[in-house]
Design a protein around this ligand. Structure first.
Ligand code: GUN
Ligand code: ZN
Length: 442
């Protein structure tokens, strides 16, 4: 059972209320140098200056003090694969070969429920170690993979979005369902898990290369029947992939159109990668309110391409954007490392991404991408107390760097962004309960 007694966290507090790009840096966030976060019943009950709130706390309220640390909403990852924890760091291939050579081999192991349970535990432990408190997750084709993840997530009181992958061609027989079976198994998982506590379902046709037209239609039917479920798939990641989709769906106007025709676009639809899109595709993603998931470590690792954030943000047809690890194409579980690589990708594009914008993206930005901003992603009263504590002097090199010029928030955040990894995650809290602690001085 979670610990629901009132408690307080003390430290530097940072919470966004809006996008720095929309309202300017100053109006986008609240930052308290010495603040207190009040937590009651697993939810945030207040945030204020320590000197004002501490004297008013009921006697005996535990205060967990994190001097020199930043306390932020828990980080959010909007695209990650549960069955790829042992695919990460597989050498030398680009997307389609990488899938066939490594990924589709590994994912077959998830036929075994015991393996699913072991990996689900490792996966959620690793997310906690990295300060990620909500993730949007692809299972394998096997319903038991998602069953195991939701079971473990519910036990830990986590807010998780996940779905079993639907794939009915282009992979080994052990990894294929059919249009009908994919529909039925997804529907059963929705009935069992969607809206149960903090769990939510994502209808997950893997991508147009491994789903027949009939299966994509079935996924669209599910989305119509369950409009409050998410949809997740991959889009325009790699040139060979795009050419394959053109060959498989000659009647479609574009890769995006393949999904659009089946009713898979919309404000709860998350499209991984979106690297090589035409103007008409961007317009449809924009009009439909769909979300593009920027997966920088994966895009670099698989040599897929450089995400065009400015292009997707074109004011004439802005596309909603979130950021994600895409483990195991991605190479780090850390959303901090992910954002650092995002910064470098955008540098290669000649685009600038201030640290404040990156931290917005990891918290409120990703929460908004999921339409969950009233539940996660901020330290606002009423939100779940899913919280991460970051230590800007976590390593000798970081402490050394912080001796010079890191005396304002943007500079400190930039040091965290460029240099931090899980060693800087001093603690993670889920619904007010501490689920991970890293001793100081690692
Ligand atoms: N496209 C289809 N499946 C996958 C996957 O597992 N990883 C990545 N990066 N792209 C995909
Ligand atoms: Zn992916």
């Amino acid at each position: 059972m979670p610990d629901l007694r009132p408690k307080a966290l003390r430290g530097q507090l940072l919470s966004f209320s809006d996008d720095p790009q929309a309202v300017g840096a100053a109006a986008s966030h609240r930052h308290l140098e010495d603040g207190v976060l009040l937590i009651e019943d697993g939810r945030i009950a207040g945030m204020g200056e320590a000197r004002e709130l501490l004297p008013a706390l009921p006697a005996g309220t535990p205060v967990e003090h994190w001097p020199g640390c930043l306390i932020l909403p828990g980080l959010i990852d909007i695209h990650i694969h549960l069955p790829q924890t042992q695919v990460i760091a597989s050498f030398g291939a680009q997307l389609l070969d990488w899938l066939q050579t490594y990924t589709f081999v590994e994912e077959q192991r998830f036929a075994d429920p015991a393996h699913c349970a072991r990996i689900a535990r490792f996966f959620l432990d690793e997310l906690a170690r990295n300060g990620t408190t909500t993730a949007v997750v692809y299972g394998s084709v096997h319903p038991q993979s998602v069953e195991a993840l939701f079971t473990e997530s519910a036990r830990r009181n986590l807010c998780t979005i996940a779905g079993k992958v639907m794939m009915d061609r282009g992979a080994p027989p052990g990894l294929l369902d059919t249009a009908e079976r994919g529909y039925a198994e997804s529907k059963a998982l929705i009935a069992r898990w969607h809206g149960k506590g903090r769990q939510r379902y994502a209808i997950s046709p893997r991508f147009a290369v491994t789903s027949s037209a009939a299966q994509l239609e079935a996924a669209g039917a599910l989305a119509r029947e369950h409009p409050d479920c998410y949809v997740q798939t991959h889009l325009a990641e790699n040139h060979e992939e795009i050419a394959t989709v053109r060959r498989l769906f000659p009647a479609a106007a574009s890769y995006t159109d393949v999904y659009d025709r089946c009713g898979l676009l919309g404000p709860r639809s998350i499209f991984g990668h979106c690297l090589h899109l035409g103007e008409a595709e961007r317009r449809r993603l924009s009009e439909s309110g769909s979300v593009a998931a920027f997966c920088p470590t994966s895009n670099l690792f698989l040599g897929s391409g450089l995400f065009d954030l400015a292009g997707l943000r074109d004011p004439a047809c802005p596309v909603r954007v979130g950021i994600a690890t895409d483990i195991g194409g991605g190479t780090s579980y850390s959303m901090l490392r992910t954002a650092a690589e995002g910064y470098k990708v955008l540098q290669l594009r000649g685009q600038s991404w201030p640290a404040l914008d990156a931290f917005y993206a990891l918290t409120l930005g990703n929460a908004r991408a999921l339409g969950l901003e009233s539940e996660i992603g901020t330290l606002a009263v009423g939100s779940a107390a899913d919280v991460v504590v970051l230590e800007p002097r976590a390593t000798p090199a970081m402490a050394h760097r912080m001796e010079r010029g890191a005396d304002d928030l943007a500079a400190t955040l930039f040091v965290l962004l460029m240099m931090a990894d899980e060693r800087a995650v001093r603690a993670s809290y889920v619904m007010g309960e501490r689920v991970h602690t890293t001793p100081s001085g690692n």
